[in-house]
Design a protein around this ligand. Structure first.
Ligand code: SF4
Length: 290
């Protein structure tokens, strides 16, 4: 609790997270709050939709609107909220089990629509909340209590999957590189469409393979190469498929794809309740239910 009180930022809540000491979630939590503060978005204009998992533990610990969704359903919940009120900054915080397992199809369809939400995936390759079963990004051969002889499936590669689906913003951060993570979250929020920030988030309790040391030894930053522009989808896909080293940073951004809501003319770029056409259509419903 003393740790939180020192922050005294507008996004601080009176509740403390209960993550294990050293968990990579702490850095994501602090980075998200810092990004929102630096963007000067007021808390009442922010909705964070949480998935089920250790990441969802963030739900009471950020002073903004929050919605703890059903397992795997954080993305469609966020999509509905964004279409109902475009004035909101809508963020999803969920784990790789929730997002790339139970909720995988929602991920692809939100990309197809280019809905203007920012998706932060706490990627630790395990279901930490349920004590360490293997999640969809765990490497082939990974041993967990659910797979004692090692996984025989290939892992999901969220970056190549997003790029192949024509996502308009694809980035990957690491809990151990907080400054870069803050920058990626800010860029994702500012991007006018669907933005994925997949985040290597070590689960220090259950995953003894993908540790902080493993990532510090394995990652390099795409933006350290001045010739890498993040405008070339094919080049981004090549980086996403790299196996000997793990690139982090902004893989790809396309600001030319229109967002889903911008193509719904009856929304007039406004919240549903204030768009004239929508208000007319909703009146019978209001009369019936309110
Ligand atoms: Fe973090 Fe893993 Fe502990 Fe969950 S179980 S809080 S992911 S270290």
């Amino acid at each position: 609790m003393a740790f939180i009180q020192k922050q005294k930022g507008i996004y601080d809540s009176t509740h403390a997270p209960t993550w294990c000491a050293g968990c990579g979630n702490f850095s994501i939590w602090l980075s998200l709050k810092k990004a929102l503060e630096q963007l000067k978005v007021p808390p009442h204009q922010v909705l964070i939709v949480y998935g089920v998992g250790c990441s969802g533990n963030m739900a009471n610990t950020i002073h903004a609107y929050g919605w703890h969704s059903l397992h795997g359903r954080a993305v469609p919940t966020a999509v509905g909220a964004k279409l109902a009120n475009q004035a909101l900054t809508v963020i999803v915080a969920a784990g790789d089990g929730d997002g790339y397992g139970e909720g995988l199809s929602h991920f692809i369809h939100a990309i197809r629509g280019n809905v203007d939400i920012t998706y932060l995936v706490h990627n630790n390759s395990v279901y930490g909340l349920t004590t360490g079963q293997a999640a969809p990004t765990a490497s082939r051969g990974y041993k967990a209590k659910s797979t004692p002889e090692g996984i025989i499936e290939e892992p999901i590669n969220p970056i190549s999957l997003a790029l192949a689906s024509d996502a308009s913003f694809v980035a990957r951060g690491f809990s151990g590189k907080a400054d870069q993570l803050v920058d990626l979250i800010k860029r994702g929020i500012q991007h006018p469409g669907f933005s994925l920030v997949d985040i290597f988030q070590p689960c220090v309790t259950f995953n003894k393979i993908n540790t902080f040391k493993f990532y510090f030894d394995s990652i390099y930053s795409l933006q350290d190469d001045p010739t890498y522009t993040a405008a070339d989808r094919k080049a981004a896909l090549e980086k996403a498929l790299q196996k000997d080293k793990l690139p982090v940073g902004l893989f790809y951004q396309n600001t030319k794809r229109p967002s889903y809501a911008s193509e719904l003319s009856y929304l007039e770029g406004k919240p549903l309740l204030t768009a004239s056409g929508s208000r007319r259509n909703l009146q019978p419903l209001f009369k019936e239910f309110i």
